[in-house]
Design a protein around this ligand. Structure first.
Ligand SMILES: Cc1cc2nc3c(=O)[nH]c(=O)nc-3n(C[C@H](O)[C@H](O)[C@H](O)COP(=O)(O)OP(=O)(O)OC[C@H]3O[C@@H](n4cnc5c(N)ncnc54)[C@H](O)[C@@H]3O)c2cc1C
Length: 382
């Protein structure tokens, strides 16, 4: 059987695309095949993001949301209101189940659990360990092979990781304020070529996700993350007795390089398409925006599916990664300045790429000057 569309990978981008295709009646007379190597029955990640409480967000299976955040460094400790934004948390498993449930009524959608080995743009086919499937229009691809990752590690571009190790812990004594997230606590050992911090997502006074996070090119051994996290919990938070309920240990590529070659019939989505913002590692909202763009273009028979990214903000991202990656300034100093001299909602607006040039300049005026001027010059030469 020939499908109209195949989606490879039923994670964030693949499932969001299928859901939005169904919702926008794109599948009314079409057949869609979704292939994932995994059953997607485990809670393999938690998504957090800030956004204004818009319609599409209120539909989602939000686990929790907060309107206050704390940022801390060696010489500041600020708790700020996030309005007009809220900070949201969605458990991966809730999102997968929510979308699968939404798609249950569509007989035009077939799910297959199989490992994709290769795809062929000319033949319009996708080969898995079990079979070969053909498509008429597009193959939307959201997974990548190790060699695709290696090819983006180009010396002209910056490639660092956001790598993190966290535990959801339950304490005996009251330890957290459930109304306030710790967005960034930089009272941890400095990472020379990058940024190091901890963050806390509290569920209650006794329960929270505590994560030790780094932005840097060099990954650590599991033992090193674990020791840093234990040190943070015991010595910074002063928590001596706790149970570990969940572990999150993973990494997200942060890069200004393009991940994948686009062809007319194979369309990258998700991380592969560049939805992870290089300077933050966040992608939940950008993924939704990219999917909306794809839906609009399918409906108007346009085949340009590359993510609409602002040249201005792409350049800012490159400059920030340059500063961190080449240790022109310490991450703690850059982010410390930003937090001390700007209100959090304004920074979140900037990171959401919603600020105008005047607002950008006000924010840029608060970072260490020379490191950024040097980085701007280097990026312009490239
Ligand atoms: C642990 C973790 C936490 C994160 N937290 C946040 C966050 O808080 N906020 C935020 O904005 N972003 C976050 N991100 C970044 C980003 O939002 C996620 O990585 C997101 O899941 C990316 O979506 P995707 O569709 O590109 O990839 P995925 O969601 O990873 O989906 C890819 C799918 O492809 C499948 N697959 C892989 N290889 C094959 C193959 N060969 N054949 C068939 N199927 C295959 C996988 O099983 C998976 O289901 C996080 C990332 C991770 C890893």
């Amino acid at each position: 059987m020939k499908y109209d569309y195949i989606i490879g990978g039923a994670g964030l981008s693949g499932l969001t695309l299928a859901w939005q295709m169904a919702k926008h009646n794109i599948l009314d007379d079409k057949q869609l095949l979704i292939i994932d190597a995994d059953k997607k029955e485990a809670n393999d990640r938690t998504w957090c993001f800030w956004a204004k409480p818009e319609m599409w967000i209120t539909e989602l299976p939000i686990k929790q949301s907060w309107n206050k955040a704390q940022v801390k460094g060696s010489d500041f400790d600020l708790v700020q209101d996030l309005a007009p934004y809220r900070y949201y948390k969605i458990e991966g498993i809730d999102y997968y189940n929510f979308i699968k449930n939404e798609l249950n009524n569509y007989s035009q959608i077939t799910f297959i659990q199989d490992h994709i080995i290769s795809e062929d743009a000319n033949e319009k086919s996708v080969t898995t360990s079990e079979s070969t499937y053909h498509f008429k229009d597009y193959f939307f691809k959201s997974y990548f092979y190790p060699d695709e990752l290696n090819s983006v590690q180009n010396p002209k571009q910056h490639f660092i990781w956001q790598h993190f190790y966290g535990w959801k812990i339950k304490t005996k004594e009251i330890a957290f304020d459930p109304k306030v997230i710790t967005y960034m606590d930089m009272n941890v050992a400095e990472e020379i070529k990058g940024l190091s911090f901890a963050y806390i997502l509290p569920d209650s006074q006794y329960e929270a996700m505590v994560e030790y996070t780094l932005f840097s090119a060099q990954l650590w051994s599991e033992e090193d993350y674990k020791n840093a996290l234990i040190d943070y919990i015991q010595n910074n938070l002063g928590i001596k007795e706790y149970e570990i309920e969940e572990i999150e240990f993973n990494k997200i590529p942060m890069t200004n390089a393009s991940f994948s070659q686009r062809s007319k019939s194979i369309v990258p989505i998700g991380t592969l398409a560049g939805t992870v913002k290089p300077s933050t590692g966040y992608s939940f909202v950008r993924n939704y925006q990219h999917i909306q763009q794809i839906i609009k273009n399918i409906k108007s028979n346009k085949d340009d599916f590359a993510i609409n990214s602002s040249v201005k903000f792409k350049f800012y991202d490159e400059v920030l990664i340059n500063v961190l990656h080449t240790s022109k300034s310490s991450g703690h100093q850059v982010f410390g300045n930003l937090y001390k001299k700007n209100k959090l909602p304004q920074l979140l607006k900037f990171l959401n790429e919603e600020t105008n040039l005047l607002e950008d300049l006000r924010i840029m005026n608060t970072v260490p000057k020379w490191p950024f001027i040097k980085a701007v010059a280097e990026e312009l030469v490239k």
